[in-house]
Design a protein around this ligand. Structure first.
Ligand code: HEC
Ligand code: HEC
Ligand code: HEC
Ligand code: HEC
Ligand code: HEC
Length: 262
């Protein structure tokens, strides 16, 4: 029994390696195409006089670079030419209030692609602060980096909130930070259960049963996305409601997966 599982595991790994090799080939072929699509990165990488080289490397390693979100998607400008003065036409320094990457305009700039978080963010006190010209509230880049698209762990998030929420900080209510960590710890616990369920479903032999379980898995994932979006209000009542729905659905799903095994 153990042997059979190991064999299946090994076979699975081989299939993954083959898929990995195919994906690597594909990726090896894509940068040339992507670079042609965005001359900005080509030139900025080639010159050592450009400001903020770390930003370039953060971009290069980010889901944005991998998904063809070029420099011009946030900064504007003309990404098809290699002539700096033409490429930079319309590009403003981030400190300029008209710049799409000015901290006050980031929600709309990022939100053009990330609609769910943006809609919820507009309901927050933080957004009110930004729109009012107040410099003390967070904007999208406070938690996600200007370009890297990072996702903070619950602990790192708590630390981020604490930078502003605390006895001697710009905002009151230190408990906001603790509460945020707890919420995202619960979220991660459910996410782990979903991952486990997904792995188990993939091992189900019967095709119809596998499809049914996968459908149930997707139904359980929907409230998770809604919870993550709603988290951008930073008041977590709605997030908590969605988490409860997700938890119920995951438990039912796990029970359905287990039923057959017995
Ligand atoms: C041919 C080279 C070249 C191309 C093409 C190019 N840049 Fe630049 N870029 C530079 C150099 C050099 C600087 C620093 C000197 C300057 O500000 O002109 C710079 C500066 C910048 C700055 C800082 C501006 C500021 O006011 O602080 C931004 C933002 C920027 N580039 C974005 C872009 C984007 C977006 C594109 C594509 C649409 C692009 N660049 C295309 C060479 C280039
Ligand atoms: C996801 C949005 C996004 C993308 C994509 C992006 N940037 Fe930026 N960039 C920003 C933000 C936001 C800032 C504001 C600075 C900050 O908050 O650190 C910035 C700042 C900069 C600066 C510093 C300007 C200054 O004078 O301070 C340069 C130069 C720059 N970006 C160039 C680029 C280049 C070149 C690319 C592509 C390789 C790129 N950016 C891709 C969002 C982005
Ligand atoms: C105070 C911190 C904070 C700010 C400000 C913030 N976010 Fe988030 N964001 C989070 C957290 C926490 C998550 C969930 C992380 C996880 O899934 O583990 C998240 C998740 C995301 C995701 C991933 C969504 C998904 O379905 O996985 C995107 C995209 C995103 N945020 C975009 C934005 C945008 C756009 C803004 C500005 C309008 C913004 N965020 C402002 C904390 C923040
Ligand atoms: C032109 C569209 C576009 C813009 C503008 C854009 N993004 Fe993204 N972003 C994407 C795509 C595409 C991905 C990768 C696919 C995904 O995870 O949704 C991504 C990924 C992310 C992720 C990781 C999500 C995850 O689940 O791992 C975060 C966080 C994020 N972006 C935040 C931002 C922030 C903050 C800004 C503005 C500074 C921004 N994005 C601007 C398209 C965009
Ligand atoms: C860059 C600073 C900054 C960060 C980071 C930050 N906040 Fe805030 N927050 C503020 C400021 C400033 C206010 C306005 C306080 C006021 O209304 O007097 C505020 C207000 C709020 C409010 C509305 C007022 C209240 O307490 O009911 C909530 C809720 C909130 N923040 C939650 C959070 C959470 C949760 C995090 C982390 C995920 C966070 N904030 C991160 C600066 C920040």
């Amino acid at each position: 029994m153990t042997f059979a599982t190991a064999t299946i595991g090994g076979w699975h790994m081989n299939r993954l390696s083959v898929a990995g090799a195919i994906i690597s080939l594909f990726l090896a072929a894509t940068p040339a195409v992507a670079q042609q699509a965005s001359r900005c990165a080509d030139c900025h990488f080639a010159q050592n006089t450009v400001p903020n080289p770390d930003h370039l490397y953060d971009w290069d390693r980010s889901p944005h670079a991998r998904n063809n979100v070029g420099c011009e998607k946030c900064h504007g400008g003309n990404a098809t030419v290699f002539e700096a003065s033409i490429a930079h036409r319309g590009i403003l320094n981030p400190a300029n209030k008209q710049s799409p990457v000015n901290r006050a305009n980031l929600p709309a700039t990022c939100g053009g692609c990330h609609v769910g978080p943006f809609v919820a963010f507009q309901d927050s006190r933080h957004y009110e602060l930004l729109k009012g010209g107040d410099q003390h509230g967070p904007t999208c880049s406070t938690c996600h980096d200007p370009v890297a698209g990072q996702l903070l762990s619950p602990k790192a998030l708590e630390k981020q909130c604490s930078q502003c929420h605390g006895p001697k900080e710009v905002a009151p209510r230190a408990e906001r930070a603790r509460n945020a960590r707890q919420m995202y710890e619960s979220l991660n616990a459910i996410r782990d259960q979903l991952k486990l369920a997904n792995a188990m479903i993939k091992r189900v032999d019967d095709k119809q049963r596998r499809a049914d379980l996968m459908n149930e898995y997707e139904q359980a994932s929907v409230p998770m996305t809604r919870a993550i979006n709603a988290g951008h209000k930073f008041v977590y009542g709605e997030l908590d409601e969605y988490l409860k729905v997700a938890q119920e659905r995951v438990e039912k799903l796990m029970a359905h997966i287990a039923n057959r095994a017995n």
